[in-house]
Design a protein around this ligand. Structure first.
Ligand SMILES: *[C@@H]1O[C@H](CO)[C@@H](O)[C@H](O)[C@H]1NC(C)=O
Ligand SMILES: *[C@@H]1O[C@H](CO)[C@@H](O)[C@H](O)[C@H]1NC(C)=O
Ligand SMILES: *[C@@H]1O[C@H](CO)[C@@H](O)[C@H](O)[C@H]1NC(C)=O
Length: 366
């Protein structure tokens, strides 16, 4: 049948219906976000040779066992402490990351999760979502005063990097209980395919405060502005340091040393300078480089197969870096859950999908 343009009177009706439809879709999309439901994960049990923990080891009332005494910071990892941020936008990623940590751990019952959520977040709802999927998870949720940090953040080239919660990793030493000495910090857009205890046991020799995979072939110069490099009083901060790029999405942190060295203040000092002079373009990463690059303990690259999110501007698919894989990290613009939902996944997104706990129920609701 040939197409006939509608008469003008119908056109107005059509516009009105279209508007109604758009409003309805928008309301529904917002509702879907709130109603994200997650499946229950299986219970994961310790293998027989796992160290037994004191029965009073209970982070839910802010006590924790003395899991490693102050002088032996290296390999005593009877308890593995993991810190992550938690927010509605990345919850699906966080849930997948938690599942992957438990599933590949030989002592999953000895893992303690420390979640940082913005103080405005509905922490009761986050708590019940977590407990719903992981009834046996030992975790604590801490409020993070995003407003206090927001004033310190200068706008970066990627809006997502400006989210105050991205800066929560600067404050872990103050946020977590003092008895937590060593913590593994993990971003929400990653999955582990290896035992986190191995990562947590990374040696931190010579007083190192943190360990992360380093990338000395990356062009370190490009992380800071010409203003920074042309000002000797600033650029001399790297004098005598073999400074290499590292990604802050996977770090082993010695919080006791961090507290003693007041590293939070050192990072904040650089952030305050950045408010006055633009010394870098990206968000939370450069202050970490300024304070720590060249002085960190190395971690094998297998623990951060990064960049799987793809190109920052065009969202292109990326391949794995050569070598073994213990952790897959979808850093970059694209996230696997968004691409899977949009039916435009990258090939490696298939490796994230098995950890997705989101319940896919297609129920028509009115
Ligand atoms: C907190 O932990 C201690 C042991 O460390 C225990 O005696 C106490 O009953 C716990 N309190 C609550 C409220 O669970
Ligand atoms: C943990 O260490 C602190 C200080 O070193 C000590 O006072 C406390 O009794 C220890 N707690 C346990 C349960 O061993
Ligand atoms: C590194 O980056 C800087 C600034 O972006 C640039 O000027 C320089 O040419 C780059 N060096 C190499 C070896 O690519």
């Amino acid at each position: 049948m040939p197409y006939k343009p509608s008469p003008p009177s119908n056109h107005r009706t059509f516009s009105f219906l279209l508007l109604l439809f758009l409003l309805f879709s928008a309301a529904n999309a917002a509702g879907d976000k709130k109603r994200q439901r997650f499946k229950e994960a299986p219970k994961f049990y310790n293998s027989p040779n796992c160290p037994t923990l004191p029965p009073n080891d209970d982070i839910s009332n802010s006590t924790c066992s003395n899991d490693s005494d102050a002088d032996n910071n290296d390999d005593d990892v009877s308890v593995v402490h993991v810190a992550m941020t938690l927010d509605a936008a990345y919850l699906r990623g966080s849930m997948a990351a938690i599942l992957s940590v438990l599933q590949h751990s030989s002592c999953p019952e000895n893992i303690r999760f420390h979640f940082v959520a913005s103080s405005a977040a509905d922490r009761d709802s986050l708590r019940s979502t977590l407990s719903g999927s992981f009834p046996y998870l030992k975790f604590q949720i801490y409020p993070f005063d995003a407003a206090a940090v927001a004033g310190l953040i200068s706008t970066s080239i990627r809006a997502a990097l400006d989210c105050p919660l991205n800066y929560a990793r600067n404050y872990l030493a103050d946020t977590l209980p003092a008895c937590v000495r060593r913590v593994v910090y993990l971003d929400s857009d990653l999955v582990l395919v290896d035992d986190i205890a191995k990562l947590a046991a990374t040696p931190l020799p010579n007083g190192a405060v943190l360990a992360a995979p380093e990338y000395c072939n990356a062009n370190f110069t490009s992380y800071f502005t010409p203003t920074f490099w042309s000002n000797p009083s600033l650029s001399l901060t790297f004098a005598g340091r073999r400074a290499c790029y590292f990604n802050t999405g996977v770090m082993v942190m010695d919080l006791a040393r961090w507290r003693v060295g007041a590293y939070t203040e050192k990072i904040v000092d650089w952030m305050e300078l950045q408010k006055r002079i633009r010394i870098y373009e990206l968000g939370s990463l450069p202050p970490f480089l300024l304070v720590f690059a060249g002085n960190i303990a190395p971690v094998d690259h297998r623990w951060n197969q990064h960049g799987l999110g793809g190109d920052n501007f065009r969202g292109l698919c990326r391949d794995l870096h050569p070598g073994p894989v213990s952790l897959l990290h979808w850093s970059g613009k694209g996230k696997p859950w968004a691409r899977l939902d949009a039916n435009r996944p990258c090939p490696l997104d298939a490796l994230w999908a098995p950890y997705d706990l989101l319940q896919t129920l297609f129920v028509l609701e009115s």
